[in-house]
Design a protein around this ligand. Structure first.
Ligand SMILES: Cc1cc2nc3c(=O)[nH]c(=O)nc-3n(C[C@H](O)[C@H](O)[C@H](O)COP(=O)(O)OP(=O)(O)OC[C@H]3O[C@@H](n4cnc5c(N)ncnc54)[C@H](O)[C@@H]3O)c2cc1C
Ligand code: FES
Length: 288
């Protein structure tokens, strides 16, 4: 049976409420980190600093004449630092982004001292079960940005992390320093080295399971890896979560343009990635 969740009451489990605000931030820095990704650092007001790992902001990327960007663009929080009362510094919100179109091209033009309007935090973030001692994180592409704050959340909860970071080539691996700084055991796999194949990632994940170091599996950034982790989780009876990406308009649950089919409560539901997600239980999304 398929049902469309065009209101909170139609989802099998109503999504948790979240407090969102329009935050006017000041650009601290905005640099390329490699040939494909940029790193944006913003001084942000307290209303932005409540973001949880896996939540996102809807960014007002104002284009330029001849290259307009209608609608905001969704982006996961990469890092968040609270305000330092001692030296009066503002809180910091960071994004890692890939320049793909008009919106992200406009972001790449932001300069230090300029302002940037970010709406959020939005959506449902990751959660950790108090019984978990070790988790496995499998990330690719922009998923590396989304899963970095989860690693910090694990560290604070005393949970060990095995991180498999996948990219097209070694120089496109990101967030490795962030993962290692929180004590994650990192394995890099890449297309150019022939190590990012589904078969090799499966071998690595099953290795952690055999060692008893995989109480939960987390992923973002690749449908191929999502399907692999769903298969392993089903066979081994291991829980997990996935952060999904979908093109968005409102980002607030009103326009229903971001729906994705998920299995929940014995039904197949069309749920909004911006409202019921972007984080879902690993077994829920119907792959496409
Ligand atoms: C919850 C969420 C978190 C995200 N986090 C990040 C992040 O941390 N870093 C990052 O670089 N990107 C992230 N994205 C993807 C980002 O939103 C898109 O790359 C961005 O909106 C593209 O805007 P644009 O105007 O530059 O490109 P457009 O001109 O709008 O599109 C250019 C190309 O990108 C594709 N695209 C557009 N929007 C999306 C989308 N939402 N998801 C996937 N592909 C898209 C289009 O199909 C097209 O091929 C996230 C998306 C979601 C939904
Ligand atoms: S983007 Fe409008 S409902 Fe999700």
């Amino acid at each position: 049976m398929t049902a469309t969740a065009n209101s909170d009451s139609m989802a099998a489990t109503p999504p948790a409420p979240f407090a969102a605000a329009e935050n006017v931030c000041t650009v601290v820095s905005n640099h390329p980190v490699n040939a494909r990704y940029n790193h944006l650092v913003l001084a942000a007001p307290p209303t932005a600093l409540t973001a949880r790992p896996g939540q996102f902001f809807h960014l007002l990327c104002e284009g330029v004449p001849g290259d307009p960007a209608f609608l905001r663009r969704p982006m996961s929080v990469y890092r968040l630092r609270p305000a330092d009362g001692a030296d009066g510094a503002s809180g910091i919100v960071e994004f890692l982004y890939k320049v793909v179109g008009a919106g992200t091209r406009a972001m790449a033009r932001l300069e230090p001292g300029g302002s940037f309007n970010i709406l959020g935090p939005l959506g449902q973030g990751f959660h950790l079960d108090p019984g978990w001692r070790h988790v496995v994180i499998v990330a690719r592409g922009v998923g590396l940005a989304t899963l970095a704050p989860l690693a910090d959340m694990c560290r604070r909860a005393g949970v060990g992390i095995g991180a498999i970071l996948s990219a097209q080539s070694p120089e496109l691996i990101m967030a490795e320093d962030v993962m290692e700084a929180v004590g994650a055991e990192v394995v890099r796999v890449t297309d150019t080295e022939g190590t990012s194949t589904v078969a090799n990632v499966e071998r690595l994940v099953r290795g952690r399971i055999a060692e008893g170091r995989a109480d939960a599996l987390f992923t973002c950034g690749s449908n191929r890896l999502l399907m692999l982790l769903q298969k392993i989780a089903r066979q081994e009876g291991i829980p997990g979560q996935v952060a999904l990406e979908q093109q968005m308009a409102c980002g607030l649950g009103m326009c229903v343009c971001c729906v994705r089919q998920v299995r929940r409560g014995g039904q197949t539901l069309d749920l909004r990635v911006c409202r019921e997600g972007p984080v879902f239980e690993l077994e829920e999304p119907v792959s496409w």
